[in-house]
Design a protein. Structure first.
Length: 111
């Protein structure tokens, strides 16, 4: 496996893990949480950033953080990121798919 590609198997594995993470985070969305600083944003939600790095065996190591993107936290130990916006009524599989797609694009463009 080249370091700038993700196998289909690993892509699907990460997508499933991120969807489970998002599902577990939904219950933590407080009424005052917002995905942006936009004053017109009045829907409770949270920004979730997932960072991933392909390992030499083809497995992706990954971590995440919630909240603002201040370039600190577990996700930023990785070179490739995906950002999603999670709301109480979000479809976690769809949000996870968007996040992992961003990560895959970043990995494909690296090197």
């Amino acid at each position: 496996m080249k370091l700038n590609t993700i196998s289909d198997r690993e892509y699907k594995r990460l997508e499933k893990q991120v969807a489970l993470l998002l599902k577990s985070l939904k219950g933590d969305i407080g009424d005052e949480y917002r995905c942006s600083d936009d004053p017109s944003d009045n829907t409770p939600g949270m920004c979730v950033t997932v960072g991933a790095t392909p390992q030499s065996d083809g497995v992706l190591s990954w971590s995440y953080q919630t909240g603002d993107n201040s370039y600190t936290g577990g996700a930023y130990g990785h070179a490739n990121w995906g950002v999603g916006y999670l709301y109480r009524r979000s479809n976690c599989k769809e949000v996870a798919s968007d996040i992992v797609s961003e990560i895959a694009e970043s990995i494909a463009q690296s090197e």
